[in-house]
Design a protein. Structure first.
Length: 185
């Protein structure tokens, strides 16, 4: 296992104040606490029991935060072996039932048999510029429920193209990161 470079905190729900081990990996960029707190305040009325997908999971902070706040299940997709191992370890240590980790990359995962999700976290590594193709795959291949929520995190200097039926619900900015929550219509 890669050395742990740090720890991040779960900020709400039954796992509140639990720490996640974060491996020392190039490009791994956990969503900041302030952004997660804002996002989950927006999602509070709809999170209970939701089936969620943490695509490009990295540390899994978004998906574990969702489980902590009452999501029914979370599918984590993370191709990096060390990051996936750390994520599995964090889920086991926290006894976070309902979380399953897939070691495929996001594009390959979305080529599988669709299982509609009510909430998707779309936060790929910034250097890969995968927002638009992954958004199109989610929309066109049956991965979203009729009124799914989709969270997208991206660099401040860019605006990813999302499907026309993803209506902006809320958006914000923290430093060099922009984020938006969409509702599928």
């Amino acid at each position: 296992m890669k050395p742990v470079s740090g720890r991040i905190r779960i900020i709400g729900g039954h796992l509140r104040n639990s720490r996640l081990n974060v491996p020392d990996l190039p490009g791994l960029r956990p969503t900041p606490e302030r952004v997660r707190e804002t996002l989950f305040n927006w999602l509070a009325p709809t999170i209970a029991g939701v089936r969620a997908l943490d695509l490009c999971a990295g540390t899994g902070a978004l998906g574990i935060e969702a489980l902590s706040r009452g999501a029914g299940t979370v599918q984590f997709v993370e191709p990096d072996g060390a990051a996936a191992e750390a994520l599995r370890g964090n889920l086991a240590r926290l006894k976070a039932d309902g979380g399953v980790v897939s070691g495929l990359d996001a594009g390959r995962y979305l080529q599988g048999t669709p299982q509609p999700f009510g909430l998707v976290f779309l936060d790929p590594p910034f250097a890969l510029n995968l927002w638009t193709p992954l958004a199109q795959q989610l929309e066109q291949h049956g991965w979203l429920t009729a009124s799914a929520w989709v969270y997208v995190e991206f660099p401040r200097a860019m605006a990813p193209v999302v499907p026309a039926n993803w209506m902006p619900h809320r958006e914000g900015q923290a430093g060099e990161v922009r984020y938006a929550l969409y509702r599928r219509t």
